[in-house]
Structures are given as structure tokens and as C-alpha cells.
Design a protein around this ligand. Structure first.
Ligand code: FAD
Ligand code: SF4
Length: 510
């Protein structure tokens, strides 16, 4: 045998760099569902089903196309419980010349794999992950010498590099780089939201669902109503479904939240992009085609392209630039434990209950729920970054360390001192009220701040502003907040702080 080729659960792409130049007759592909990877965090049951089922389908597809694949399905009593054990056994069995793999998406595993050559006794070739648009080197060069990194400027570079939404003379289509100001409508039930693309579980997926229910019963979430795509072909259909039915309204309602509708006009493509079932450039190009054909407006298409070409590439760049130290950051000095209702949804705060309940059922909540509801609450309450990061890593089908960590630690918790975002996304209940219909159905009153039934976000917001004066008073984007706070009567400020202290002491009862 020539080479062993290791393919991981989020590397399900036939264009994977590890497969480049491989020899179907002499090389052997190894894929394994191992206990260590499935259980290092409390992964949502639907995420486990998605990854295991997509891996099994991918292995079948490879074999159909002539590859030799050695596949270990999950079993709690498998002798090899870690990837390293699987590979060590395969090396003993097959005596390959070397191991080839594509760099993984997580520092923890990357560190392990980069040491394997010492114990395996064969060379380990780790190839770059070419499925991303910006390489590590390119990102590091762009970031070099900058005190703070701003996504907007990185995004413009990526637009120029790819030519997406650019005129032939190098200008942004429509004359602007960004149409975010047009993307802030509240959704009131019309037009109806299309819902996600749904795939009926086939025999393979059903077998995985049974296994996950049996062996991971303690994990967060439910396998009920599993409808994710598990092959590249189905993920492509999910992309087409989004382009045809949701993209035209994606921009308008990008920041909206609803008490009755889980998915709104979001793409629901991140689980597929991150597992390798869908190519990010293909997704962007499909959206741009839809604008060219007059099917979707520019504010929607630009907004979608910015999320993938901008945010997705930007957070990945930051992750690999700053790990492993980045994961330890806690610049706001937070010490609070994660409230238990993050796992149960058992809270009277309607917006929180709705976001956590959707997360539990779907392994999905859209960006604004993650950022402005569950994230905002953790920021205002001063939850320890590592605890809230662990939660986000566990509960979403699209959660992988490289994308979850910068979003939570940097964007939401501002724990990196503003390296990723120029100001914290802290907001009172007013913001949630403006963008949703949750408050009308809530136990708390959004227009009250100090009374017993007042919206907790209101007093907690001012507590956050007050306790972090040293961190933010000189931030020019926060100056207005401090002027507003200082303008309030001392009795009012005292009442707000008193209410916030009470809320923080009784946080588990909210
Ligand atoms: P849409 O809203 O329709 O956006 C389209 C695509 O853009 C997404 O599929 C995604 O690939 C990309 N995208 C959008 N925003 C971001 C972003 N901030 N970072 C990276 N990619 C982005 N995304 C993940 O893929 N995995 C995570 O673990 C994850 N954790 C998050 C945690 C927090 C606290 C926050 C605020 C955001 C997080 N995101 C994460 C980003 C974003 O919320 C999800 O990508 C998005 O909700 C996925 O749903 P969608 O496909 O319907 O996205
Ligand atoms: Fe959320 Fe406050 Fe509105 Fe209740 S009143 S839904 S807690 S923002």
C-alpha cells in the first residue's frame, strides 16, 4: 500500500486536498466515527446524526467511484475510541508509506495530529484546506500590523479577489459595498416564510438516529423530525430551495425574529458548508446569478455574499491567527456560571425561551437569536466566556471550533478586547422588541426597567454599561451610551443598579 488518507467528519468534499493526486488502486481512505470526537462536548443529537449519516453516505459515494475505504461505524465498545487509535491500527495492518490528511478545523485536534508522526513511525502530511477562499498566509498578511481587525475591510479585499458583485472596472455593484441599512425590517407574518429544505431520513439516517438515541441519550436536543440533507446532492437542492424561495426576502428580514417562525428567510446552509457538503463559492455564485436574473434584489444578495465571503472567512482567519491563546481570553473579567436555563429553556423571558427551545428542537437558531438574545444575555450577565463558548459549540448543527469560538468569544462576549468587533453588541429589551413580536407574549414588560415585572434585559444593560466604564467610556462608538447613562437622575441610576443586582442574584429564577 502507498498511502493512508484520513478524511474527517467535516471534510466530506470530493475536492478535498487530501485526495489530490491520490491513487485509487494503492491508497486507502480511512474514516471513523469515534467516541472521543462524538463526546468531547455535549453535541446536540441532531448534529451527531447529521455528521455520522453524512459520513456514511460520503464513504458509500467514494466506494461507488472506485475508492477503497476502511470505515469504522460508531459503537461504544469499538476497540479504537480515538482517531489516533484508529490510524495506529490501520498503520499496523497496512504498513503504508505515509499518512495524508487535510488540516482539521480545530486547534485541539490539529495539535494532536501534528504530533502523530512521532508515534506512528511514518511521515504525516497535513495539507492546507483549500475549500476556504482565503488561506492562512493571505489572512495573516492582511492582518499584519493592524491593531484591530475589521470585517468590512477584509470583505472588500475578498470581493476584489473573487470578483463577486464587482463591475468590470473594479467597483462594487450598485455603487456600495454594503446594503446593511436596508436589512432591518420587522417581520409581521407576511410574506410567509418558506421553511427549510427537508429530506426524509433514508435507511442509513434512520439507523444512525436509532444509535444516537441509544448511545447519546444524555446529550442535548432531540432527533425528532430530523430533516437535514446528508449528501452533497441534497445540500445542492437545499441551496436551490434557499435561492428560489428565501433569498429574495433574506436581506429585508435578516435581523428579524419571530415568536411563531423558527427559520424566517435564512439559508440554513451552514451545517452543509461546514461539513463540506456544499462549496462556499458555489453558494455565493448561485446567489449572484439570482440577482443577475432579476429574481433577488441586490440588498439580499450582497447581504448573503457578505456573510459567507466576509464573516465566514474572517472568523476563520482570526481563529487560526490567534489560537491557542485566543480561547483563554476573558478581557471583561467575567466570572458567572452559565445559567441552567440555557440547557432547559425553562425561563419566563420569552425571547430566551423561544431561542433555546428552537435550538433544542432544531439544532439551529438564526444569527440574530444567537447574537442578540442568548449571546446578549450572556454578555450582559457577565457569563464566563469558556462556559458560553462550550454551550454554543454543543448545541448547533453547524458548530465547529474555528467558527464558533470567534463568534462567541469575540463577537458576542467581547472577551478579546475588541480585536474582532469595534464595540460590544450589548442591547436592552428595546432592540428585541423592535425586531420581534416576543415581548407581547412575555411575562416581563419591555417598557419597564426597575419594577418586579420589568424586562431583565433593561436593567442588566445599564449594569453592563456602568460596570464596564473603564473598558468602554473612551470607545467613540459607546460615548452616547455613557452620556445617556450619566444624564439619568441619580435615583433612577440607583434603582436600575439595584434591580440588576437582584436579577443577577436570582438569575436561575428568571
Ligand atoms: P444565514 O444567516 O442565512 O447566512 C448565510 C451563511 O453565512 C451561513 O450559512 C454561514 O455559513 C455564513 N455566516 C453568516 N454569519 C456568519 C458568521 N458570523 N460567522 C461565520 N459564518 C457566517 N456559524 C457557524 O457556522 N457555526 C457556528 O458554530 C456559529 N456560531 C455562532 C455563535 C454566535 C454567538 C453567533 C452570533 C453566530 C454564530 N455563527 C455560527 C454564525 C451564524 O449565526 C450562523 O452561521 C448562521 O446562523 C447559520 O445559519 P444560516 O445558514 O441560516 O445562515
Ligand atoms: Fe425578552 Fe424582555 Fe421582550 Fe421579555 S420583555 S421577550 S425578556 S426583551
Amino acid at each position: 500500500m502507498a498511502n493512508l488518507i484520513l478524511i474527517l467528519g467535516d471534510q466530506l468534499s470530493t475536492t478535498l486536498s487530501a485526495l489530490e493526486g491520490a491513487d485509487q488502486e494503492n491508497d486507502l481512505i480511512v474514516m471513523a466515527e469515534v467516541h472521543e470526537e462524538a463526546s468531547y462536548t455535549n453535541h446536540h443529537k441532531k448534529k451527531l446524526v447529521l455528521v455520522f449519516s453524512a459520513m456514511r453516505h460520503f464513504a458509500q459515494e467514494l466506494e461507488k467511484h472506485g475508492w477503497r475505504v476502511q470505515y469504522q461505524p460508531y459503537h461504544p465498545n469499538n476497540p479504537a475510541q480515538s482517531l489516533q487509535q484508529v490510524i495506529a491500527t490501520a498503520v499496523q495492518q497496512h504498513q503504508p508509506k505515509r499518512l495524508i490528511t487535510t488540516e482539521c478545523g480545530e486547534w485541539r485536534l490539529h495539535r494532536q495530529i501534528s504530533q502523530w508522526h512521532k508515534t506512528l513511525g511514518i511521515p504525516v502530511e497535513i495539507r492546507p484546506d483549500t475549500r476556504f477562499i482565503c488561506s492562512h498566509k493571505e489572512f495573516a498578511e492582511w492582518a499584519d500590523g493592524k491593531k484591530q481587525l475589521r470585517m468590512e475591510f477584509f470583505y472588500r479585499e475578498m470581493r476584489k479577489k473573487t470578483g463577486l458583485l464587482m463591475t468590470p472596472d473594479g467597483q462594487p455593484e450598485g455603487g456600495h459595498w454594503n446594503y446593511d441599512a436596508d436589512n432591518r425590517k420587522k417581520w409581521t407574518g407576511k410574506p410567509p416564510a418558506p421553511g427549510p429544505f427537508r429530506v426524509e431520513p433514508d435507511d442509513i439516517t434512520q439507523a444512525v438516529i436509532k444509535q444516537v438515541d441509544e448511545h447519546f441519550s444524555e446529550h442535548f436536543g432531540t432527533t425528532d423530525d430530523f430533516h437535514f440533507a446528508v449528501t452533497a446532492e441534497q445540500a445542492q437542492q437545499a441551496l436551490e430551495h434557499f435561492i428560489d424561495f428565501a433569498l429574495p426576502c433574506f436581506g429585508d428580514y435578516q435581523d428579524a425574529m419571530s415568536d411563531t417562525e423558527d427559520w424566517l428567510f435564512h439559508a440554513i446552509l451552514s451545517p452543509y458548508l461546514n461539513a463540506g457538503l456544499l462549496d462556499p463559492m458555489d453558494a455565493c455564485k448561485a446567489a449572484v446569478r439570482s440577482w443577475h436574473s432579476g429574481q433577488a434584489p441586490l440588498n439580499a444578495v450582497e447581504g448573503f455574499v457578505r456573510q459567507i465571503l466576509g464573516w465566514r472567512e474572517f472568523v476563520r482567519g482570526i481563529y487560526w491567527l490567534l489560537m491557542p491563546g485566543y480561547a483563554q481570553e476573558n478581557r471583561l473579567g467575567n466570572t458567572r456560571k452559565l445559567p441552567w436555563f440555557y440547557w432547559t429553556g425553562d425561563t419566563k423571558m420569552r425571547c430566551m425561551h423561544k431561542a433555546i427551545d428552537a435550538t433544542y428542537r432544531n439544532a439551529y437558531a438564526h444569527h440574530i437569536q444567537r447574537l442578540m438574545v442568548t449571546g446578549n444575555f450572556a454578555l450582559l450577565a457577565g457569563v464566563k466566556p469558556e462556559e458560553i463558548c462550550d454551550w454554543y459549540l454543543a448545541v448547533y448543527a453547524d458548530a465547529y471550533d474555528w467558527v464558533e469560538l470567534p463568534n462567541v468569544l469575540g463577537m458576542v462576549m467581547h472577551a478579546d478586547g475588541g480585536y474582532l468587533g469595534s464595540k460590544p453588541y450589548a442591547a436592552s429589551g428595546k432592540y428585541i422588541h423592535r425586531m420581534s413580536d416576543h415581548c407581547a407574549n412575555c411575562h416581563y414588560k419591555v417598557n419597564k426597567a426597575t419594577e418586579d415585572d420589568a424586562c431583565p434585559f433593561n436593567a442588566l444593560y445599564w449594569h453592563f454599561i456602568d460596570r464596564h466604564r473603564d473598558d468602554f467610556a473612551n470607545n467613540h462608538r459607546m460615548g452616547m451610551m455613557y452620556r445617556n447613562w450619566d444624564k439619568q437622575k441619580p435615583e433612577r441610576r440607583e434603582a436600575l443598579i439595584k434591580r440588576a443586582n437582584w436579577l443577577l442574584e436570582h438569575i436561575e429564577e428568571l
